[in-house]
Design a protein around this ligand. Sequence first.
Ligand code: PRX
Length: 650
Amino acid sequence: MSHEALQNLLHEDRAFAPTAEFAAAANATPDYYDRAASDRLGFWAEQAAALQWATPPTQTLDWSNAPFAKWFADGKINVAVNCVDRHVAAGHGDQVAFHFEGEPGDTRTVTYADLLREVSKAANALTELGIQAGDRVAIYLPMIPEAAVAMLACARIGAPHSVVFGGFSSEALRSRIVDASAKLVITADGGYRKGSAFALKPAVDEAVVNTPTIEHVLVVRRTGQDVEWTDKDVWWHDIVERQSEVHEAQAFDAEHPLFILYTSGTTGNPKGILHTTGGYLTQVAYTHRAVFDLKPDTDVYWCTADIGWVTGHSYIVYGPLANRATQVMYEGTPDTPHRGRWWELIEKYGVTILYTAPTAIRTFMKWGDAVPADFNLTSLRLLGSVGEPINPEAWMWYRKVIGGDSCPIVDTWWQTETGAIMISPLPGVTHTKPGSAMGPLPGIGAAVVDDQAVPVRNGGGGYLVLTEPWPAMLRGIWGDNDRYVDTYWSRWPQYYFAGDGAKLDDDGAIWLLGRVDDVMNVSGHRISTTEVESALVSHPAVAEAAVVGAADPTTGQGIVAFVILRGDAAEDPNIVKALRDHVAHEIGAIAKPRQILVVAELPKTRSGKIMRRLLRDIAENRSLGDVTTLADPTVMNLIGAGLQSATTED
Ligand code: PRX
């Protein structure tokens, strides 16, 4: 975050108290904080009891093997039964689970009874394909109901899923399949985005050539486009449709693995974040109920995330369905076929709760107030934000223009690793301030500390840490427990280090300041500088590369790469485009650098470490900071000169 932005934050003194009306009906009550403070584990046991256990747990936290937690370890539970069957059994089979809206305008209404049938059939189909409890299943799908069905079917039979975002490349999919030794990939022919059909199946075909563990590829027909067909391929409609609609679900141990989700760290290899069953479901259901104030009989909830990210896992699939939410699921982009598409959907379905990302909010601000003004948004009663710090200006715009100046806004801080929301206001209970995630939820311990792990005073800044284990916490990194300990528990062994900087204001409210490590946040997506650097240097024309995240008014950060080329590659007029395409091929279009600068040298310390701080100064057009530790101070002039002649790519 820039110095100027920090200064603005320090002057932010607006605060919004809950209205009496909201407070009177809120799911969360002020005593949550006291109850959780006086008996934290008892508070979590109460939240776990809201689920339907086959064997209710008598244990809560087992931290004897720290930092490897066990929660509710003697309990047995089936996640899909909690998200689907029990609602049908309680007489809610006709309630809509998903109002699905495809980008071309096709719609499907999926009730809880429909969902039970589809999940049961899909679970039977997975079993027929040889998938057993413990086997890993990769899911590479667009935002269609089958994505949720596939995840729930895996959960139902105890097969951990690894969802790979459909925007990731074939190579990214391949490496994730290999890391998890997945046996099956569930994909589609393609999906719709920005007004046309995109293909997914060719990327799977390319990936599975080099993944011997994959036995079958299960393909949903979404667009009807032509696909190549191999011996391993099975159409979803062929195998799922002919299955029995009945599937007897078995309960699994609370610590049975539920899913692996890959996320970027500070090295080139993404980490397979491992989540388990009982504690995860407990916390996603509790936070969804308390933070979004969900009233299952009347609310229409819409989380705009993709299923490929943790937000889609926890706040489209597991949390909301455990709480019997009625949701909107939308396949496409916000500007197709027009810039009012989201607002049109809110009006059409009467959405009451909207959960989205600051980058989207800033994009809508740019498009202007006239776009949402054409639609009736008065059904909205609560707004949420996630993925990156929300600047006070965007927060106020969200409140006024979308929320009619009356909806509470919950700015929710959490991570793939935390599994569920950790820091957020509680609507109807706490004040909100534009730009602050406020404080840890009841049951959660968080602090802002200095280098010595000493909590900073109000008004001070430092590192965000989590001070107590929590039920939805990651249980490790798939296949690499040392990396788990190293990454999160080695800086201060008693605390989980989140990798974020934060500040406490005079009232002790928490203001997130962005990552303090080499992880970038581009439109709320985590991408590591090293990952993009590795992709660049894998191109034969690149000798060396350094990547930094530069402040960007819409996407939060933009990726800026500095590359030294080999031989006469610089003569090639298309080299920058070739390199951007190469990064898209290696990782996915989301990782394409905003700007690539071809340079003759990189600024290094005498010990050879690249000085990213200086590169960031250049990328953000700032005057250079201290250059005295540079091995060769003249290199900055060279790079600065290169910048003058560089053009920003699309
Ligand atoms: O830097 C924080 C930022 O996103 C990171 C986690 O990214 P990911 O695992 O992809 O999960 C994103 C969705 C939960 C965090 O380390 N972040 C997330 N939410 C916020 C945030 N930064 C500030 N405010 C938030 N509300």
